[in-house]
Design a protein around this ligand. Structure first.
Ligand SMILES: [Ca+2]
Ligand SMILES: [Ca+2]
Ligand SMILES: [Ca+2]
Length: 268
């Protein structure tokens, strides 16, 4: 392409020259000591280059501008979406917070109500415990007056008269108790302290040799005198007694119609 340019210098005002001529006739190299002077052709080339560079820069800036605008638009859209999402999340969190606060308030109310009930219950429990202890003391006193003795949370009654085993049992039942059942060594030793020959709630009337307590449980731990039970001299000895109370193994089988004292046992 050929370009024509106009030089303002008056001396060269008439000169219009084809740039291609300048290309085909490059300026000779300066000789040493020669004064530097630019020809119109070389000036035109320079201007051409400058304009090309400027146009190139403008194009690059234009492209950059378009890209930046495009990115800016995208960024604006993305930012709007992000803001919208954040706003929605904030609103959701606010609603959730309100629900949680309401639930917390409700729970606090329930907790206070329960604590109040618990305090009332505890107060009632203390009151009832005191009443129970008073009643126990009163009952114990009444029982003592009736001849009952308390041992390991059980009441025992030692008779002052004598009866057969069956009549003794009937007397205990009439008192709301039964003939004593000996469950432990401690109980056995406690009963010996009355120092009386007494009926206990043990019998083999149902099946000879099979000793059972009055509550129909089978005998396990026993305190027979050595050699007992023996149906002494062929007699029908089907009822148990504490005979030699000064020794731990003090039980004997005896005829049930024998008249001796007895001991009743009752749960409180
Ligand atoms: Ca017992
Ligand atoms: Ca027998
Ligand atoms: Ca015997």
């Amino acid at each position: 392409m050929e370009m024509i340019f106009h030089v303002e210098d008056p001396e060269n005002s008439a000169v219009y020259e084809n740039v291609s001529a300048a290309r085909s006739n490059p300026a000779p190299k300066k000789r040493q000591g020669e004064e530097s002077t630019a020809t119109p052709a070389s000036t035109g080339v320079k201007v051409y280059k400058v304009i090309s560079v400027i146009v190139g820069i403008i194009c690059i800036l234009l492209v950059v501008y378009i890209v930046v605008q495009h990115l800016g638009l995208n960024d604006n859209g993305s930012t709007r979406d992000t803001l919208k999402n954040l706003t929605e999340e904030r609103d959701d969190l606010r609603r959730t917070l309100l629900v949680v606060e309401a639930a917390n308030k409700n729970l606090t109310g329930q907790r206070d109500e329960l604590m109040q009930k618990m305090n009332d219950f505890d107060s009632q429990r203390r009151s009832l415990t005191e009443e129970r202890d008073d009643l126990r003391r009163t009952l114990l006193e009444v029982r003592r007056q009736q001849g009952w003795v308390l041992f390991q949370n059980r009441f025992y009654y030692i008779s002052s008269d004598t009866k057969s085993w069956q009549d003794s049992k009937a007397d205990c039942v009439q008192k709301g108790a039964d003939l004593v059942i000996i469950n432990s060594k401690e109980e056995q030793n406690f009963l010996r302290k009355f120092k009386k020959r007494v009926w206990i709630g043990l019998t083999d009337k149902e099946t000879e040799g099979v000793w059972k307590w009055v509550d129909r449980t089978q005998l396990s731990k026993s305190f027979w005198i050595p050699g007992e039970p023996n149906n002494f001299e062929g007699k029908d000895e089907d009822c148990g007694e504490i005979r030699y109370y000064d020794q731990e193994d003090s039980w004997n089988d005896a005829p049930c119609d024998m008249q001796i004292n007895w001991i009743c046992e009752q749960a409180p």
